[in-house]
Design a binder for this molecule. Structure first.
Ligand code: FES
Length: 105
């Protein structure tokens, strides 16, 4: 067994789920599999507290975090999954317009 190169956590807390995060997680899994990217793991997480970061509750939901870079994305939808895969997963870049936090390092 080889360790995963990237691990994508999709929030499936109450507020992100209400905005379609389960479908987002499934889309990541399907599209990574179709692209043959077996070194990327996709998991669901509980509430990441992003939903409480803004005056408008759940404004940034659904939230996604990718390690080891420690990159937090906001407003990840079915329409942005492919962009994250192309830019971040395949090329090592950041989708700046969806960036919420990036851990130093
Ligand atoms: S439910 Fe996803 S950040 Fe809270």
């Amino acid at each position: 067994m080889k360790p995963y190169r990237l691990h994508i956590f999709v929030c499936e807390g109450k507020r992100c789920s209400a905005k379609g995060s389960e479908a987002v997680r499934e889309a990541f899994k399907e599209r990574l599999k179709a692209a043959g990217l077996k070194d990327v793991k996709v998991s669901k997480s509980g509430c990441l507290k992003v939903c409480k970061e803004t005056p408008v509750e759940a404004e940034f939901c659904p939230a996604v975090v990718i390690y080891p870079q420690g990159v937090w994305y906001k407003n990840v939808t079915l329409g942005t999954v492919d962009e994250i895969i192309e830019t971040h997963v395949k090329k090592g870049g950041i989708v700046e317009r969806l960036l919420l936090f990036r851990l130093p390092g």
